[in-house]
Design a protein around this ligand. Structure first.
Ligand code: PLP
Length: 329
Protein backbone atom coordinates (compact mmCIF):
# COMPACT_ATOMS: atom_id res chain seq x y z
CA UNK A 1 0.00 0.00 0.00
CA UNK A 2 1.28 3.43 -0.86
CA UNK A 3 0.96 5.93 1.89
CA UNK A 4 0.42 9.45 0.67
CA UNK A 5 1.26 12.22 3.10
CA UNK A 6 -0.83 15.35 2.82
CA UNK A 7 1.11 18.44 3.88
CA UNK A 8 -0.57 21.30 5.66
CA UNK A 9 -0.39 24.71 3.96
CA UNK A 10 2.18 25.79 6.52
CA UNK A 11 4.42 22.77 5.90
CA UNK A 12 4.30 23.14 2.16
CA UNK A 13 5.17 26.81 2.34
CA UNK A 14 8.22 26.09 4.48
CA UNK A 15 9.23 23.36 2.02
CA UNK A 16 9.04 26.02 -0.67
CA UNK A 17 11.33 28.27 1.28
CA UNK A 18 14.00 25.59 1.36
CA UNK A 19 14.23 25.77 -2.39
CA UNK A 20 14.20 29.48 -3.05
CA UNK A 21 15.19 29.18 -6.71
CA UNK A 22 12.31 26.82 -7.45
CA UNK A 23 9.77 28.90 -5.63
CA UNK A 24 7.25 31.14 -7.28
CA UNK A 25 8.70 34.07 -5.38
CA UNK A 26 11.71 34.35 -7.65
CA UNK A 27 9.70 33.71 -10.79
CA UNK A 28 7.22 36.53 -10.51
CA UNK A 29 8.87 39.89 -11.07
CA UNK A 30 8.75 42.29 -8.18
CA UNK A 31 7.72 45.90 -8.83
CA UNK A 32 10.80 48.12 -9.07
CA UNK A 33 9.48 51.40 -7.70
CA UNK A 34 6.39 50.39 -5.71
CA UNK A 35 5.69 48.21 -2.75
CA UNK A 36 4.62 44.75 -3.80
CA UNK A 37 1.00 43.80 -3.22
CA UNK A 38 2.07 40.41 -1.87
CA UNK A 39 4.66 39.56 0.73
CA UNK A 40 7.51 37.14 0.11
CA UNK A 41 9.46 35.04 2.63
CA UNK A 42 12.66 36.56 4.00
CA UNK A 43 14.75 33.80 2.42
CA UNK A 44 13.46 34.67 -1.03
CA UNK A 45 13.93 38.41 -0.38
CA UNK A 46 17.49 37.78 0.72
CA UNK A 47 18.29 35.72 -2.38
CA UNK A 48 16.79 38.24 -4.77
CA UNK A 49 18.73 41.15 -3.25
CA UNK A 50 21.90 39.12 -2.87
CA UNK A 51 21.81 38.12 -6.52
CA UNK A 52 21.09 41.60 -7.79
CA UNK A 53 24.06 42.90 -5.80
CA UNK A 54 26.29 40.47 -7.70
CA UNK A 55 26.11 42.98 -10.53
CA UNK A 56 28.10 45.48 -8.42
CA UNK A 57 31.86 45.49 -8.78
CA UNK A 58 33.94 43.46 -6.36
CA UNK A 59 35.33 45.87 -3.71
CA UNK A 60 38.46 43.78 -3.16
CA UNK A 61 39.37 44.30 -6.82
CA UNK A 62 38.75 48.04 -6.68
CA UNK A 63 42.21 49.58 -6.61
CA UNK A 64 40.93 52.99 -7.66
CA UNK A 65 39.15 53.76 -4.40
CA UNK A 66 40.25 56.30 -1.79
CA UNK A 67 38.95 54.00 0.92
CA UNK A 68 40.14 50.55 1.86
CA UNK A 69 38.15 47.42 1.34
CA UNK A 70 39.50 44.86 3.78
CA UNK A 71 39.62 44.68 7.54
CA UNK A 72 40.83 42.02 9.91
CA UNK A 73 38.12 39.41 10.65
CA UNK A 74 38.21 40.42 14.33
CA UNK A 75 37.11 43.94 13.30
CA UNK A 76 34.27 42.53 11.24
CA UNK A 77 33.27 40.51 14.30
CA UNK A 78 33.33 43.50 16.64
CA UNK A 79 31.30 45.60 14.22
CA UNK A 80 28.64 42.93 13.78
CA UNK A 81 28.49 42.46 17.56
CA UNK A 82 27.83 46.17 18.05
CA UNK A 83 25.76 46.95 14.97
CA UNK A 84 22.49 47.19 16.91
CA UNK A 85 23.77 49.94 19.22
CA UNK A 86 22.43 53.39 18.37
CA UNK A 87 25.48 54.99 19.78
CA UNK A 88 24.13 58.54 19.95
CA UNK A 89 22.49 57.21 23.14
CA UNK A 90 25.53 57.81 25.29
CA UNK A 91 23.94 56.79 28.59
CA UNK A 92 22.90 53.44 27.26
CA UNK A 93 26.26 52.82 25.59
CA UNK A 94 28.82 54.61 27.76
CA UNK A 95 31.68 52.33 26.79
CA UNK A 96 31.17 53.08 23.11
CA UNK A 97 31.14 56.79 23.97
CA UNK A 98 34.33 56.32 25.94
CA UNK A 99 35.97 54.60 22.94
CA UNK A 100 35.06 57.57 20.77
CA UNK A 101 36.53 59.94 23.36
CA UNK A 102 39.71 57.92 23.50
CA UNK A 103 40.04 58.12 19.70
CA UNK A 104 39.58 61.91 19.83
CA UNK A 105 42.23 62.23 22.54
CA UNK A 106 44.72 59.92 20.86
CA UNK A 107 44.41 61.87 17.62
CA UNK A 108 44.58 65.26 19.38
CA UNK A 109 47.82 64.18 21.06
CA UNK A 110 49.20 62.89 17.78
CA UNK A 111 48.46 66.32 16.27
CA UNK A 112 50.08 68.12 19.23
CA UNK A 113 46.93 69.76 20.56
CA UNK A 114 47.64 71.81 23.68
CA UNK A 115 45.46 69.83 26.11
CA UNK A 116 44.34 71.77 29.19
CA UNK A 117 44.43 70.73 32.85
CA UNK A 118 41.48 68.36 32.31
CA UNK A 119 43.61 66.68 29.65
CA UNK A 120 40.46 66.23 27.55
CA UNK A 121 40.72 67.16 23.90
CA UNK A 122 37.83 68.74 21.97
CA UNK A 123 36.71 66.80 18.93
CA UNK A 124 34.18 64.44 17.46
CA UNK A 125 34.01 61.28 15.38
CA UNK A 126 32.28 61.76 12.01
CA UNK A 127 31.28 59.74 8.97
CA UNK A 128 34.41 60.96 7.22
CA UNK A 129 36.36 64.10 6.42
CA UNK A 130 33.47 65.64 4.52
CA UNK A 131 31.25 65.80 7.61
CA UNK A 132 34.27 66.85 9.68
CA UNK A 133 34.94 69.79 7.32
CA UNK A 134 31.28 70.88 7.43
CA UNK A 135 31.47 70.99 11.24
CA UNK A 136 34.82 72.80 11.30
CA UNK A 137 33.56 75.31 8.70
CA UNK A 138 30.41 75.96 10.72
CA UNK A 139 32.48 76.64 13.83
CA UNK A 140 34.64 79.17 11.92
CA UNK A 141 31.60 80.85 10.38
CA UNK A 142 29.81 81.19 13.72
CA UNK A 143 32.92 82.43 15.50
CA UNK A 144 33.53 85.07 12.81
CA UNK A 145 29.87 86.16 12.87
CA UNK A 146 29.85 86.48 16.65
CA UNK A 147 32.95 88.63 16.55
CA UNK A 148 31.61 90.86 13.75
CA UNK A 149 28.27 91.30 15.57
CA UNK A 150 30.08 92.29 18.75
CA UNK A 151 32.04 94.89 16.73
CA UNK A 152 28.84 96.19 15.11
CA UNK A 153 30.17 95.25 11.65
CA UNK A 154 28.31 93.50 8.79
CA UNK A 155 28.41 89.72 8.97
CA UNK A 156 26.52 88.67 5.84
CA UNK A 157 29.40 88.07 3.41
CA UNK A 158 31.68 85.42 4.89
CA UNK A 159 34.33 83.88 2.65
CA UNK A 160 36.86 81.11 2.89
CA UNK A 161 40.22 80.96 1.09
CA UNK A 162 41.54 77.62 -0.25
CA UNK A 163 43.59 76.31 -3.16
CA UNK A 164 41.71 75.31 -6.32
CA UNK A 165 42.89 71.77 -5.55
CA UNK A 166 40.42 71.35 -2.67
CA UNK A 167 38.23 68.29 -2.49
CA UNK A 168 34.59 68.75 -3.46
CA UNK A 169 33.42 68.73 0.17
CA UNK A 170 34.80 72.29 0.53
CA UNK A 171 32.66 73.43 -2.38
CA UNK A 172 29.70 71.68 -0.75
CA UNK A 173 30.36 73.42 2.54
CA UNK A 174 30.53 76.78 0.78
CA UNK A 175 27.30 76.25 -1.12
CA UNK A 176 25.26 74.60 1.65
CA UNK A 177 26.30 77.07 4.33
CA UNK A 178 26.43 80.19 2.15
CA UNK A 179 30.09 81.07 2.38
CA UNK A 180 31.92 82.42 -0.68
CA UNK A 181 34.75 80.11 -1.76
CA UNK A 182 37.80 82.08 -2.88
CA UNK A 183 40.15 79.69 -4.62
CA UNK A 184 43.84 80.33 -5.26
CA UNK A 185 44.47 79.25 -8.84
CA UNK A 186 46.99 76.48 -9.53
CA UNK A 187 49.65 76.99 -12.18
CA UNK A 188 51.81 74.87 -14.45
CA UNK A 189 54.14 72.80 -12.27
CA UNK A 190 52.58 73.99 -8.96
CA UNK A 191 49.45 72.06 -8.06
CA UNK A 192 48.78 73.08 -4.47
CA UNK A 193 47.77 76.33 -2.77
CA UNK A 194 50.44 79.02 -2.90
CA UNK A 195 50.53 80.48 0.66
CA UNK A 196 51.63 83.92 -0.59
CA UNK A 197 48.65 84.20 -2.92
CA UNK A 198 46.29 82.75 -0.30
CA UNK A 199 47.26 85.38 2.26
CA UNK A 200 46.88 88.13 -0.36
CA UNK A 201 43.27 86.98 -0.88
CA UNK A 202 42.40 87.12 2.84
CA UNK A 203 40.16 90.04 3.81
CA UNK A 204 38.12 91.06 6.84
CA UNK A 205 35.33 88.65 5.80
CA UNK A 206 37.57 85.59 5.63
CA UNK A 207 36.40 83.05 8.21
CA UNK A 208 39.50 80.86 7.70
CA UNK A 209 42.11 79.66 5.25
CA UNK A 210 41.73 75.95 4.42
CA UNK A 211 45.07 74.24 3.82
CA UNK A 212 45.53 70.64 2.71
CA UNK A 213 47.95 68.08 4.04
CA UNK A 214 47.79 65.51 1.26
CA UNK A 215 46.16 67.04 -1.80
CA UNK A 216 43.46 64.88 -3.38
CA UNK A 217 45.04 65.38 -6.80
CA UNK A 218 48.62 64.28 -6.07
CA UNK A 219 49.05 63.70 -2.32
CA UNK A 220 51.33 66.75 -1.96
CA UNK A 221 51.51 68.60 1.38
CA UNK A 222 50.89 72.35 1.31
CA UNK A 223 53.38 74.59 3.13
CA UNK A 224 51.29 75.20 6.23
CA UNK A 225 54.17 76.61 8.28
CA UNK A 226 54.77 79.33 5.69
CA UNK A 227 51.04 80.01 5.53
CA UNK A 228 50.92 80.36 9.33
CA UNK A 229 53.85 82.79 9.36
CA UNK A 230 52.56 84.98 6.52
CA UNK A 231 49.06 85.04 7.96
CA UNK A 232 50.36 85.91 11.43
CA UNK A 233 52.14 88.94 9.88
CA UNK A 234 48.99 90.03 8.04
CA UNK A 235 46.87 89.56 11.19
CA UNK A 236 49.31 91.71 13.13
CA UNK A 237 49.21 94.43 10.49
CA UNK A 238 45.43 94.50 10.10
CA UNK A 239 44.24 93.59 13.58
CA UNK A 240 42.29 90.60 12.21
CA UNK A 241 42.67 87.10 13.60
CA UNK A 242 42.10 84.93 10.52
CA UNK A 243 42.66 81.29 11.52
CA UNK A 244 43.72 78.15 9.59
CA UNK A 245 41.95 74.82 9.21
CA UNK A 246 44.06 71.87 8.05
CA UNK A 247 42.34 69.29 5.88
CA UNK A 248 44.53 66.32 6.79
CA UNK A 249 42.08 63.78 5.34
CA UNK A 250 44.80 61.98 3.44
CA UNK A 251 47.97 63.08 5.25
CA UNK A 252 47.11 63.27 8.96
CA UNK A 253 48.14 59.71 9.66
CA UNK A 254 51.23 59.90 7.42
CA UNK A 255 53.02 63.09 8.55
CA UNK A 256 53.28 62.32 12.31
CA UNK A 257 55.02 59.02 11.54
CA UNK A 258 57.12 59.78 8.46
CA UNK A 259 57.90 63.47 9.04
CA UNK A 260 57.61 64.07 12.82
CA UNK A 261 59.64 67.29 12.55
CA UNK A 262 57.33 68.83 9.98
CA UNK A 263 55.24 71.57 11.60
CA UNK A 264 51.78 71.47 10.10
CA UNK A 265 49.50 70.82 13.08
CA UNK A 266 48.57 72.49 16.40
CA UNK A 267 52.22 73.40 16.93
CA UNK A 268 51.38 76.31 14.59
CA UNK A 269 49.39 78.88 16.59
CA UNK A 270 46.90 79.79 13.84
CA UNK A 271 45.84 76.17 13.24
CA UNK A 272 42.52 76.00 15.11
CA UNK A 273 41.06 72.75 13.78
CA UNK A 274 42.15 69.67 11.84
CA UNK A 275 40.17 66.92 10.16
CA UNK A 276 41.39 63.45 9.25
CA UNK A 277 39.75 60.45 7.61
CA UNK A 278 40.08 57.05 9.23
CA UNK A 279 39.34 55.10 6.09
CA UNK A 280 42.09 56.31 3.76
CA UNK A 281 45.10 54.53 5.23
CA UNK A 282 44.34 50.83 5.03
CA UNK A 283 42.49 48.18 7.01
CA UNK A 284 39.46 50.41 7.67
CA UNK A 285 36.14 50.36 5.83
CA UNK A 286 34.51 53.59 4.68
CA UNK A 287 32.59 55.57 7.28
CA UNK A 288 34.94 57.13 9.82
CA UNK A 289 36.72 60.46 10.26
CA UNK A 290 37.34 63.03 12.99
CA UNK A 291 37.61 66.74 13.57
CA UNK A 292 39.71 68.06 16.43
CA UNK A 293 39.69 71.64 17.75
CA UNK A 294 42.61 73.38 19.34
CA UNK A 295 40.58 74.52 22.37
CA UNK A 296 37.07 74.96 23.73
CA UNK A 297 37.09 78.62 22.58
CA UNK A 298 37.39 77.51 18.95
CA UNK A 299 34.07 75.66 19.01
CA UNK A 300 31.23 78.10 19.78
CA UNK A 301 29.10 76.71 22.59
CA UNK A 302 25.83 77.46 20.76
CA UNK A 303 26.66 74.82 18.11
CA UNK A 304 26.68 72.08 20.73
CA UNK A 305 23.26 70.56 21.30
CA UNK A 306 22.51 69.28 24.76
CA UNK A 307 20.01 66.46 24.50
CA UNK A 308 18.55 64.99 27.66
CA UNK A 309 15.56 62.96 26.60
CA UNK A 310 17.55 59.74 26.41
CA UNK A 311 18.81 60.14 29.98
CA UNK A 312 21.44 62.50 31.35
CA UNK A 313 22.91 65.47 29.46
CA UNK A 314 24.41 64.38 26.14
CA UNK A 315 26.32 67.09 24.28
CA UNK A 316 26.53 66.55 20.52
CA UNK A 317 27.91 68.42 17.53
CA UNK A 318 27.14 66.39 14.46
CA UNK A 319 25.08 66.51 11.28
CA UNK A 320 23.68 63.02 11.95
CA UNK A 321 21.74 61.57 14.83
CA UNK A 322 20.85 57.88 15.05
CA UNK A 323 23.88 55.89 14.06
CA UNK A 324 24.90 52.23 14.36
CA UNK A 325 28.22 50.49 13.76
CA UNK A 326 30.28 52.18 16.48
CA UNK A 327 33.67 53.56 15.63
CA UNK A 328 35.87 50.71 16.76
CA UNK A 329 37.81 51.20 13.56
C1 PLP B 1 41.92 66.32 0.89
C2 PLP B 1 40.60 65.63 1.09
N1 PLP B 1 39.69 66.21 1.87
C3 PLP B 1 38.48 65.63 2.12
C4 PLP B 1 38.14 64.43 1.53
C5 PLP B 1 36.81 63.84 1.84
O1 PLP B 1 37.01 62.72 2.67
P1 PLP B 1 35.90 61.68 3.12
O2 PLP B 1 35.77 60.71 2.00
O3 PLP B 1 36.49 61.04 4.35
O4 PLP B 1 34.64 62.40 3.40
C6 PLP B 1 39.06 63.81 0.68
C7 PLP B 1 38.70 62.56 0.01
O5 PLP B 1 39.21 62.17 -0.97
C8 PLP B 1 40.33 64.41 0.46
O6 PLP B 1 41.24 63.84 -0.33
Amino acid sequence: MVLSVVQSAEESSSAFIDSVFASRYVQDPLPRYNLSEKSIPKEAAYQIIHDELLLDGNPRLNLASFVTTWMEPECDKLMVEAINKNYVDMDEYPVTTEFQNRCVNIIANLFNAPVDETRRAIGVGTVGSSEAIMLAGLAFKRRWQNKRKAQGKPYDKPNIVTGANVQVCWEKFARYFEVELKEVKLREGYYVMDPVKAVEMVDENTICVGAILGSTLNGEFEDIKLLNDLLAKKNKMTGWDTPIHVDAASGGFVAPFLYPELEWDFRLPLVKSINVSGHKYGLVYAGIGWVIWRSKEDLPEELIFHINYLGADQPTFTLNFSKGKPDFK
